[in-house]
Design a protein around this ligand. Structure first.
Ligand SMILES: Nc1ncnc2c1ncn2[C@@H]1O[C@H](COP(=O)(O)OP(=O)(O)OP(=O)(O)O)[C@@H](O)[C@H]1O
Length: 302
């Protein structure tokens, strides 16, 4: 049987007295997009850098395309987009990409790739003169130029404007369409939900949840609305069908769960009217990935 694109078993990584990765295990399937999510400092970049062969683990096992990440033969088969840098500052981005393409047997056309990522007018611009978002796009292009079997993208859309984000999403979709395995990290929950087949949420160097976007968010719908903070939900709960739940989270945002149908909707709006409040932005929708993420990893800042 073919090995997964990435297999991580009981991974441990320490920096001095900090245990950054603490027994992490998950697999990323071939031909799929796997998103690694987690709060700042959760261990995403460390994990990806170990998979890329840039860092050594202190324990556990990592296999990339069935091989140890340090194996030189992986360089031609794996594309890597780093969170920052990696490009000589004085190098023009067109030149850089042409140079990168020469390391590969069957590269993509550098000019077409730059065009796709909206960089054509900057081909002669030295890397250091590009904006942060443009530099990101050059790094993304360099990661995929060699038609890799597997691509690691560390926060590929951080700092990108909406147009560039969409171009990046399309590129990731095309990679999947071409059978490429993609492992990415992101802080954008909408991006993870939209792009990925599999999501792994990590915190404190361990997996706290994994699954498809739908298996994580569940199929059940919620009723949500905004109103003044501090409404007393006890009376509302008493009026709702048994098995319903009501909470205010965060302040001024109300979420009602249960049999979300006409009866529940009518009860909530009638109750709001009796309280003299208007239920703003009232909607019925599934839990979002962000809800799940915050429930699992908490609301404190890291
Ligand atoms: N080179 C290093 N030396 C010492 N500690 C480090 C080093 N790199 C990371 N750490 C620590 O390891 C932990 C995990 O960091 P890592 O960068 O992997 O997290 P992350 O999930 O990628 O975070 P972010 O979302 O902020 O990019 C953090 O506590 C961080 O402070």
């Amino acid at each position: 049987m073919e090995s997964p694109a990435v297999e991580i078993i009981d991974l441990v990584k320490r920096y001095g007295r900090t245990t950054a990765i603490d027994g992490l295990s998950f697999s990323a399937a071939r031909g799929a997009v796997t998103a690694i999510l987690g709060p700042n400092g959760a261990g995403k970049t460390t994990t990806v850098e170990i998979c890329e062969g840039f860092r050594r683990a202190d324990g556990g096992a990592v296999n990339v395309l069935g091989l140890d990440p340090s194996r030189a033969e992986l360089r031609a088969r794996v594309g890597v987009m780093l969170q920052a840098g990696g490009v000589p500052p004085a190098m023009r981005c067109g030149e850089w990409l042409r140079l990168m393409s020469r390391f590969h047997a069957d590269p993509l056309d550098p000019a077409a790739l730059l065009d796709r990522l909206g960089l054509t007018e900057h081909v002669r611009t030295p890397y250091r003169r590009l904006s942060g978002g443009q530099q990101q796009r050059v790094s993304l292009a360099a990661a995929v130029i060699g038609r890799p079997e597997l691509v690691f993208l560390d926060e590929p859309t951080a700092g990108l404007d909406p147009q560039a984000r969409h171009a990046c999403w399309e590129l990731v979709d095309d990679l999947r369409g071409a059978g490429v395995s993609v492992v990415l990290t992101t802080h954008h929950m909408d991006e993870a939900e939209k792009l990925s087949d599999q999501i792994v949420i990590i915190d404190h160097g361990r997996v706290v949840a994994e699954g498809t976007p739908t298996s994580l968010t569940g199929a059940e719908r919620q009723l949500r609305f905004r109103a003044r903070p501090g409404l007393s939900l006890d009376e509302l709960l008493a009026a709702l069908p048994g098995g319903s739940a009501a909470k205010e989270s965060p302040s001024g945002h109300y979420i009602i769960e249960g049999q979300v149908g006409p009866e529940l909707l009518a009860t909530v709006t009638t109750w709001c009217a009796a309280e003299g409040v208007t239920a703003d932005d009232l909607s019925i929708e599934r839990r979002t990935l962000e809800d799940v993420f915050l429930e699992l990893t908490g609301r404190e800042l890291r």
